[in-house]
Write a protein that binds this ligand. Sequence first.
Ligand code: SF4
Length: 661
Amino acid sequence: THTRLFEKGKIGSLELSHRILMGSMHLGIEGDREQLNQVKAFYVERAKGEAALMITGGVAVLPEGSGDHMYCLTDDDHRHQLQDIVEAVHQAGGKIALQLQHNGRYAKSSETGLAPVAPSAIMSRITKETPKALTLEGIQEIKAAFIDGAVFAQSVGFDAVELMGSEGYLLNQFLSPLTNQRTDQYGGSFQNRMTLPLDIISGIREQVGQGFPVIYRMSGEDYMEGSTTREETQFFAKKLVEKGVDALNVGVGWHESKIPTVAASVPDAAFAHVVSAIRDAVDVPVIGANRIHTPDVAEEVLKQGQMDFVAPARPWLADAEFAKKAKAGDHAGLNLCISCNQQCLDHTLGHPPLPVGCLVNPKTGHEWEWSLEEKSHEVENVAVVGGGVAGLAVAKASAEQGNNVTVFEAKDHLGGHFYLASQIPSKSKFRETIRFYKTSLERLQVKINLATQPTIDELKNYDRVYLATGVVPYVPEQIKGVHLPHVVTYSDILTGKVALGKNIAIVGGGGIGSDVAHLIAQRNEVPGAVKHFFADYHIELDSSQRVNVTVVSRSVKAAKGIGPTTRWVLLSELRRLGVDLLKGYECKEITPEGLWVESQEDRQFIEADQVILCTGQIANAPLYQAIKDHVPTQLVGGSDDASELNAAKAIQQAYRLVYDH
Ligand code: SF4
């Protein structure tokens, strides 16, 4: 039971019914009036899902500090839209804080149409632009804009205001010697570098009075060499409180930092100690978020006294009822975020940026369009063939619409390729998604037949058939020797059908090839506890059992197709684990001893006792032709389009087929 999570709490004068907030998230549709209903629906769903307090995505205080699809307070219409959002949230019984933001040197002139500004003219690795150093007038303008933003938030009824001062945005840039090299009263000593944020807080407090809650999102650790120290950070926290901040929300890592903070490979609650160090320094509530993805982890960090509130963000995309279900103890029914970033951060940071959705929750981003009103239509008997994620999603959507649904899965377990992928070290959480869909189907009384393949005659008894029979690995017949006995597919490895060799060559360096390389190379790692045990007893570890892995990638860009927030983490893992990446090479021939590979100017032989084909996949839909003329039949997921293995696309398609039907 989660006793700490569901204790009442307070931020300044604001009473909160429990300890789970929703952290700030950019949705990628803000500002566009046509999308206002969707923005409102997004927050209303989470208010109904019992978030104690939601924090809006960053709202720019000035246009040059703005970004793609951000509200900006200099735009009157945006102010009206924000007011509409507060009203909608309050009507739904929720609470919402406005986050004020200025991107500083993270702003892109291509998005704002204006030159970015920052404390000093230091190029940003994120935007590759050099901002203009702010003049003293410019700094005063920013100060006034933040103060005005807080006054606006109070005047239209927001329950609190949060200032974005972490992750390397403008206020954080003022604090750090890396980005603030000014020689006036705003730069130089740490005292001076704190001046702007502290002046803003004093100014806000003066204007909004004592009663209005002010949260400051500060950086607990920048994870940038030479940046603000731990002592300075704690000192800054104390100063913020002195000036009138009611709570500190502690972020970690700048966008430029080389330490992953949001990737699946980051252990649970890995940064709780950073939040805890701030909590030690102050006597106001402290909020933490990174890698606190489940109610259990949240309860634990509260119990340990590391923080007072948790403010997960992505978990609220995965399940709009995160707190409600946690409170009810409904763990089986909770759709957990799997930290894939595929539809959220990769969309926000993509070129061009795209609206945010969620791989595991197809309704995220479509709350308004699919207002969950059940349609009145005739109840159908529906057969879904294939229990991978596409099949599970189409079955769930169809059952939600009141149909009688039966799922047939040839294997003895659900999940298909998604289950296979869950063997990859950073993807083990994928099993949670399969668990969620399975629970949901059971609750919707969907009949699930495992290890069953329906006959055409059986399928003819249904009113509608969805074929979600997935994909099978593609075997490139043009490669000589591709059928030699030591040549296997990724599926043979992931299902455990064949044992691993010692000298392994992987043909194909895309997403699957890189993941399989990661899985195999990680087997060379001795678990931490074993390593410590051996070290304690001065026993040398035997490394003769190591597996060698070479990846032959046709593209010069390995792991192409993997999203920007994950790709660099995976590639650095592969490097660390000693995987050889041959980029720009094509496999021409496989022999019993290895394989010949060729680039434009080179040909070489790689010794290998096992060759794993990660050369793509082809659609698997053997029943389609036989059934389609008898029953309305639709292909879903990989069986429809095998060009890429994309669970997000498959799940979206499944929902579209049913909801737009
Ligand atoms: Fe989590 Fe992936 Fe959904 Fe983003 S897209 S919220 S990372 S499950």
